[in-house]
Ligand binder design. Structure first.
Ligand code: ADP
Ligand code: MG
Length: 693
């Protein structure tokens, strides 16, 4: 249960004074539905109203706050002309200008002969100074309030600054004094203010510098959010570890058979990953490990050996792929590698004949199948294993682990290995998974040739096509990638089809087409024709991005490269240079290219290191955009910016670990404050893992 002290913050925004249904709706859209959401809606700018010159000394184009005497009102003869109010002080005169004015309002608020405080931006009109629609008109005694710095908040259509500012002010007034959850020594060392002070200060910036991410105030608030995030993950993990797993111990017999059959020797990275996994499987608690390896680093073999350990122990294993295409590819690979071993593999996807599917289901339940390969269909209800010990999830670059951790927490004692193609910056790893065990495949298998990357404007298309033609005559195989964006899918699909038609004129029957809207049988047919050498050119959307392995393909061309994420381009590039033949990657962009876009594509030219590419992309685009926060499964961060507060994240991780080590049930006084922190950042689910909750 949420601690009572937080209740005022978890009421809907329409409970705040002055927030009616219309404004509430706009605020919900802009910041969120609850009072607490307003606290996290930090200013993005400010208006300094402290400059208070005389009229004569007021320059044009600045924000001023003036004390003036109202002289006269001038109602326009026709309505489209502005209403004017003349004012003065001892130094001179100025005009207030109002379009579409409400006369009654102006006469009430600017009575002739009285002193008023006016604030707004000055404009020069001829040789006099005007204020068009001043922001503030107030009686003299309110001057102290107006002579201040006003925060400016991010707005969305239909919401003005004034009502939002008022609502935020009301939310701040309603904020209870909360106990300190940070370690006092750390707080002192960082010279950070208490939370309530920090929150108020963040909403009342004094200067532009106060809006920076690295102020003490903003760092403190960011740290709180990161600490909540890390505490939540640590709690989840602790509960996972309490859940019992099974001890799976293999005798190495099957691994030995498969190893001797491999056309290559395992890399040191593969060997040590397998060793780490083997050790995990032997533990009585459940394994949850991440295997990170750049595209082409050879994760599939590691998955296979992991599953073989289970089979050696007399149990079953499952490998889940993100797409049908990949599931089939994995199945084909495993079938080949397991040919001599006597291990039985089956494919289970959402499609296929009902009778075949039922036969597979029956064999799985009976234990006649050792390894099942499939899509998410593998874990749907109705699929029963006789004795599933290990599940390997091939996530590629998708972030499903967060959900999967929760999922695993529910299930029985199955050990889980999640594979992702590298580009997960360390900071993102931490926020998404916390201290998850992870193995990394750093090196590429030996004998891999480099991929040369070039960035070209699309107007050199003819040149590129000529080059491709020559390469194809020389025996090369080519991927040609066109973007497919959901919002413009129809247009994009037309572009892919058009490119395909154009190439049919050049390459005749030796060009194929693959996109997500095709029937999967047609897709598979085109893919295997390309893999088998019956096609020279494959025009495709990004369906080929995830893990497709055609070692003979040496050239990849990406159209509209500027529309892709860096990590995605890196994945695509990983489709070539997979064998000993040098690869070529051509990134075609539609000019003009903005500075950031150019910088991004340059990074790809400079490096082939997936980790670095991911870090750079994070810096240039921010976490949300990098992964598409919605699909990413990443917890949303409102105050912390991973590109700027990365170091705080590591501290929060250590802090969370230490807290749970010392006080696993969160019983101490500080722990009670931490419990409030968890609820403040809506990590309710994690808070429930507390046994004493
Ligand atoms: P990814 O990590 O992208 O899933 P794969 O597992 O598909 O990579 O492996 C890419 C290619 O490298 C495959 O053709 C695979 O057979 C090959 N491979 C894997 N391990 C090695 C190795 N140790 N030496 C040489 N080739 C390897
Ligand atoms: Mg793979």
């Amino acid at each position: 249960m949420r601690p009572d002290i937080l209740n005022p913050l978890f009421a809907p925004v329409n409970t705040l004074p002055g927030v009616g249904p219309r404004i509430a709706k706009a605020i919900e859209h802009c910041a969120g539905p609850l009072v607490v959401d307003l606290l996290w809606h930090l200013p993005s700018g400010l208006i300094d109203r402290r400059f208070s010159p005389t009229i004569a000394a007021a320059p044009a184009g600045v924000i001023v706050t003036l004390k003036v005497r109202v002289e006269s009102h001038h109602k326009p003869a026709v309505r489209r002309l502005p209403y004017k109010v003349r004012c003065s002080d001892e130094s001179g005169e100025l005009t207030l200008v109002f379009f579409h004015a409400r006369e009654k309002y102006l006469l009430e608020n600017l009575p002739v002969g009285e002193i008023r405080v006016i604030s707004g931006r000055t404009e020069r009109y001829g040789d006099e100074i005007q204020l068009v629609h001043p922001d503030h008109i107030a009686p003299e005694d309110e001057i102290e309030n107006i002579l201040s710095v006003e925060p400016v908040y991010p707005l969305t259509a239909g919401l003005n600054l004034k009502p939002l500012s008022k609502a935020i002010q009301a939310a701040l007034e309603r904020t209870p004094e909360l106990p300190e959850w940070c370690d006092p020594a750390y707080l002192a060392r960082q010279d950070w203010p208490p939370w309530n002070t920090a929150l108020l200060a963040a909403h009342h910036p004094d200067s532009e510098a106060d809006l920076e991410a690295n102020t003490k105030v903003r760092e403190r608030l960011a740290y709180d959010e990161l600490l909540a995030n890390q505490m939540a993950l640590a709690l989840l993990r602790a509960s996972l570890q309490r859940a019992s797993g099974c001890e799976t111990k293999g005798d190495g017999r099957l691994r030995e058979i498969v190893r001797t059959g491999l056309p290559f020797t395992l890399t040191a990275g593969q060997l040590s990953a397998i060793e780490e996994i083997e050790a995990d499987l032997m533990q009585p608690h459940r394994m949850l490990r991440l295997l990170q390896g750049d595209v082409g680093s050879g994760k599939t073999v590691v998955a296979l050996f992991t599953m073989l350990i289970a089979v050696e122990a007399g149990a079953q294993a499952a490998l889940m792929a993100p797409t049908e295409l990949l599931a089939r590819q994995h199945f084909a690979t495993l079938e080949k590698l397991l040919a001599e071993s006597g291990v039985t593999v089956a494919l289970l996807t959402g499609r296929g004949k009902k009778s075949e599917r039922e036969a597979v289901l029956a064999s799985l339940a009976a234990g006649a199948i050792d390894i099942a390969v499939g899509t998410h269909a593998l874990f749907q209800s109705g699929v029963e294993f006789s004795d599933l010990a290990v599940a390997v999830v091939d996530e590629q670059h998708r972030f499903g682990v967060h959900q999967r951790m929760t999922l695993a927490a529910k299930g029985k004692g199955v050990d889980v290995l999640v594979m992702t193609a590298t580009p997960i910056p360390r900071t993102l790893m931490l926020t998404a998974y916390g201290d998850l065990q992870s193995s990394r495949l750093h090196e590429k298998p030996a004998g891999r040739a480099a991929v040369e990357t070039r960035v070209l404007p699309i107007n050199r298309l003819d040149e590129v096509i000529d080059g491709i033609q020559r390469a194809v005559e020389g025996g090369a195989r080519v991927y040609w990638i066109c973007p497919l964006v959901e919002e413009s899918e129809a247009v994009d699909l037309a572009a892919v089809a058009e490119r395909h038609a154009q190439f049919e004129n050049i390459f005749a029957a030796r060009v194929g087409l693959v996109h997500g809207r095709m029937k999967s049988d047609d897709k598979d047919a085109a893919m295997s024709a390309f893999a088998g050498g019956d096609l020279d050119v494959l025009v495709a959307t990004t369906v080929i991005e995830v893990g497709i392995d055609v070692p003979d393909a040496t050239i990849i061309v990406v159209e509209h490269a500027e529309r892709f994420g860096l990590a995605q381009l890196h994945q695509l590039r990983g489709r070539v240079g997979r064998a000993d033949k040098a690869g070529n990657c051509l990134l075609l962009y539609a000019p003009p290219l903005g500075e950031t876009a150019r910088a991004r594509l340059e990074i790809l030219r400079e490096t082939d290191d997936g980790f670095r590419i991911a870090e750079e992309d994070l810096k240039l685009r921010g976490a949300g955009e990098l992964l598409g926060t919605r699909q990413s499964g990443l917890p949303e961060l409102r105050l912390a910016d991973l590109a700027r507060h990365g170091e705080l994240l590591a501290t929060a991780r250590d802090d969370a670990r230490l807290i749970l080590e010392r006080d696993p049930e969160l019983k101490s006084e500080r722990s009670q404050a931490l419990r409030i922190l968890l609820y403040l950042f809506e990590r309710d689910a994690a808070a429930r893992y507390l046994r004493s909750a």
